[in-house]
Design a binder for this molecule. Structure first.
Ligand code: SF4
Length: 121
């Protein structure tokens, strides 16, 4: 009788350990997948520019219809002669006209295409 109880406890412990290992594997995989997801770069909007820019600078961005995503890639800031690239990857760049952070894929009303074969800025 005592042996049977010990066997049942051993099976039960094995079952619990097996389930715990499976759950840990699922959590580890999900965590790794979530960790690989890059947060999208944001260079506009109240969460980025509030307290960073003056009201006039914010107004200028609005007047020039600055947006973080150009409708067509050929009109993206990165292709504009007024674009100043960031020193570090995955960070906002700047612009010679619009103050504040600028997204490489952004654009505005005064987009000025870089000359063909021009040096990158
Ligand atoms: S002028 Fe406009 S399109 Fe050109 S880099 Fe500045 S924000 Fe981008």
């Amino acid at each position: 009788m005592a042996q049977r109880k010990k066997d049942e406890e051993a099976v039960s412990r094995r079952a619990v350990l097996g389930r715990a290992a499976a759950a840990l594997a699922v959590l580890t995989t999900a965590g790794a997948a979530a960790g690989c997801k890059k947060k999208a770069l944001m260079c506009d909007g109240p969460s980025v520019t509030d307290g960073v820019l003056t009201a006039e600078e914010v107004q200028l961005r609005k007047m020039l219809l600055y947006t973080d995503l150009a409708q067509t890639p050929d009109k993206a800031c990165i292709n504009c002669t007024l674009f100043v690239a960031a020193r570090e990857a995955d960070t906002c760049a700047t612009c010679k006209v619009i103050h504040g952070p600028v997204h490489p894929n952004g654009t505005c009303k005064i987009f000025l295409r870089k000359p063909e074969g021009g040096a990158p800025t």
